[in-house]
Design a protein around this ligand. Structure first.
Ligand code: NAD
Length: 459
């Protein structure tokens, strides 16, 4: 098994080195082939995501296949321009040379996906890597098996194995086998911080560059001057989408004490409006991926006072949209990423108080602040170092391909989406071209006596 995979990786290296993946025409053709295959498998993708996570078609379109197609169309529109050499100015020291930056494919790259958006989070890096002219190994999460099977079918019916290789199986076995036996040119990993560290260590052994898209506790601050009705609506929509299993879900809410009651009332109203009396029966409400995650999430519920929800069913992997308050900041629910439909609501009176709570879990993947005061907005953005942020919104920043998406520190390194995906999978090669008609003796030894003129030129 191990030997087979290593042979296949060696074949990919040869395919890359043949140069076929580099021309614009090839890249465009592969992106179109991927687009057509995804469109042709639309119904199978919906059925798989329904089976794995009880996602509705509408939710799939916005967060999985539709999201992916929007990114792909953006790449198709801009690829030619992205590939063009970028001219940069040349300093006095080097005149009359000219300077440019070329985008070079990296080679054979590995993309590793998680289970929560199993399609989008594997195929979006894939399209970036194809656009940049690479060969790609795809490793899906083993915990969303129906989606993994459809993705495998799409890949294997569209691309030769030496170009795009789909590798399934247990991540803890198959990934070390590949990374220890083969020097990838880049590893793009999306998943938990704990496994991210394992990937980073393995990559370090071979000095392989990595992009790590990790998780964490994304705080959501609601200021006294916020539009409370809008804040509640947007928080509820994002927090309970995919039953809270979203890397950028608001993990907990910090609301100004003066607005706590009003916010709770609005949140309850919206939960009822969006998911009805029985969220389990609601086709817009998802399920937890498996019993391991279910057991982890339900133990957070008794760590606070129940304000809303709290019902669950292990058979159907259902956990109701749940709001709790009165949680201690040392409780597990305030230390671990919740990654489920449980929302702790804490209150604050001073910014310092709120900042102390946020600082317990530094560098969140996202930070959200609801306020109508642009001064406060800037103060908050300055106060919380995070991967990305939204003002009066939650999570939608990642749907704009113009915004690089990624974490910092514990929430990851590197970014992608739109042109950033292309850049992530390209090497920026700096090139200087120097004419031969001009070759002043000044540059060459003997240097004695030239310090004055050097100081004038390099000042
Ligand atoms: P995970 O770490 O369990 O698994 C992710 C991938 O790593 C899977 O493909 C798995 O096969 C592989 N893997 C698991 N154990 C491994 C090991 N020991 N060695 C090598 N590979 C291994 O993550 P998950 O539970 O699927 O995803 C949830 C986490 O991902 C959350 O923390 C969430 O916040 C984060 N996440 C981040 C983003 C983002 O864009 N930043 C998006 C989605 C999820």
């Amino acid at each position: 098994m191990s030997h087979d995979i290593l042979m296949q990786l060696a074949a990919m290296r040869r395919y890359f080195e043949s140069g076929v993946t580099k021309p614009y025409a090839f890249r465009k053709q592969q992106l179109l082939a991927l687009k057509n295959a995804v469109i042709a498998h639309e119904e199978e993708i919906y059925a798989a995501l329904l089976a794995d996570l009880k996602k509705s078609k509408e939710e799939c379109w916005v967060t999985e296949n539709g999201f992916f197609l929007a990114e792909l169309n953006d790449a198709l529109r801009n690829l030619k321009h992205w590939m063009e050499p970028e001219s940069v100015s040349t300093n006095l020291l080097n005149l009359p040379s000219s300077s440019r930056v070329l985008r070079e494919p990296l080679g054979v790259v590995l993309a590793i996906g998680p289970w929560n958006y199993p399609f989008q989070l594997l195929f979006t890096p894939l399209l970036g890597a194809i656009a940049a002219g690479n060969c790609v190994v795809l490793k899906p999460s083993e915990f969303a098996p129906a989606t993994a099977a459809v993705m495998q079918k799409i890949i294997e019916s569209t691309f030769p194995k030496e170009y795009i290789l789909y590798v399934s199986g247990d991540g803890a076995t198959v990934i070390p086998e590949m990374m220890n036996g083969f020097a990838f040119d880049h590893v793009f990993y999306t998943g938990s911080t704990a496994v991210g560290k394992i990937i980073y260590k393995m990559a370090a052994e071979k000095l392989v560059p990595v992009t790590l898209e990790l998780g964490g506790k994304s705080p959501c601050v609601v200021e006294a001057d916020a539009n409370i009705a809008i804040a509640a609506k947007r928080i509820v929509m994002t927090k309970f989408s995919n039953a809270g299993q979203m890397c950028v879900a608001p993990d907990y809410v910090l609301v100004h004490t003066s607005k706590k009651e009003a916010l709770i009332a609005e949140i309850k109203k919206r939960i009822h409006q969006f998911f009805g009396d029985d969220a389990q029966a609601c086709e817009n409400y998802g399920k937890i991926i498996n019993t391991k995650q279910f057991d982890r999430i339900v133990q957070y519920i008794p760590q606070g006072n129940l304000l809303q929800g709290g019902r669950y069913n292990r058979e159907t992997l259902f956990i109701e949209p749940t709001i709790i308050d009165g949680v201690g900041i040392d409780a597990a629910v305030m230390k671990e990423e919740i990654f489920g439909p449980v929302l702790p609501l804490l209150s604050f009176t001073t910014m310092e108080e709120a900042k102390t709570i946020i600082a317990q879990n530094p560098n969140p993947l996202a930070f959200y602040v609801f306020t109508s005061d642009s001064g406060k907005e800037q103060q908050w953005l300055d106060a919380v170092p995070s991967g990305g942020a939204c003002v009066n919104n939650a999570s939608w920043h990642l749907t704009n391909p113009g915004l690089p998406f990624g974490g910092r520190g514990f929430s990851g390194m590197g970014d992608y989406h739109g042109k950033s995906s292309f850049d992530t999978f390209s090497h920026r090669k700096s090139v200087m071209k120097t004419p031969t008609w001009f070759d002043p003796a000044l540059k060459y030894p003997p240097l004695k006596g030239k310090l004055g003129i050097f100081k004038w030129i390099i000042r």
